[in-house]
Write a protein that binds this ligand. Structure first.
Ligand SMILES: [Zn+2]
Length: 213
């Protein structure tokens, strides 16, 4: 008897589900998209091509996931994925720039850490770095001003924070909390402090803490 036959029905179902999701990815080219989604795919592809050119990298493939269980975006070696929901979301540009940030930062390399705690920390750091690189990509490849690019990424992270506050059991998929990610991001763009200092989750500025003035 091969190990396959000893699998529990539950496991078999899980594997079937995962395979179907994979198939959905592979078949994306044939799946039907609405005209608005098609238009969005073209824009996202153009953004990815511009980013690859600007950073001197080979072109990266775009896959569209039709599986509502998938994250809004993800990055793997050689391709990145956005869900059909993302295509027509106002958060699209932030999500795409974040995934392209992983690509530009070459986050397909293995983690340096040995222990699971180290790997968890490295993973979280990559997510923070992808947010910041995403802002840079919105500026360089998207033609956004720094303020607009930062606001675009902040709005998305605020949206995740909003959702987390309402659904505390939401799967953060290895990220720090969105509020922590926002604090890290805003610190990296000190020129925008005029309007970001008052935002929710903004970190206190050095010297602004309580105490004698
Ligand atoms: Zn990420």
């Amino acid at each position: 008897m091969t190990p396959t036959h000893r699998r529990t029905p539950g496991l078999a179902r899980a594997i079937a589900r995962a395979s179907l999701a994979l198939l959905a990815l592979v078949l994306t080219g044939c799946a039907t998209l609405t005209p608005a989604q098609e238009q969005s795919v073209a824009e996202v592809r153009a953004m990815a091509d511009r980013t690859a050119r600007l950073y001197g990298l080979p072109p990266i493939h775009l896959l569209v996931s039709h599986n509502p269980q998938d994250p809004p975006g993800s990055f793997r070696r050689g391709y990145f994925t956005v869900s059909t929901l993302t295509l027509t979301s106002s958060f699209r540009d932030a999500i795409v720039a974040h995934e392209l940030g992983h690509y530009v930062l070459r986050h397909d390399t293995p983690f340096a850490g040995a222990s699971s705690a180290e790997i968890e920390r490295d993973y979280q750091q990559r997510e923070l770095d992808a947010n910041a690189k995403g802002v840079e990509i919105l500026i360089r490849a998207g033609g956004f001003s720094e303020a607009r690019a930062l606001r675009t990424m902040w709005e998305y992270l605020s949206g995740v924070q909003w959702a987390l506050e309402r659904y505390p059991r939401m799967n953060l998929r290895g990220h720090k909390t969105p509020c922590e990610e926002i604090a890290d991001l805003l610190v990296r763009f000190p020129r925008q402090r005029g309007w970001t200092a008052a935002l929710e989750c903004a970190p206190p500025a050095v010297g602004e803490g309580p105490g004698p003035t």
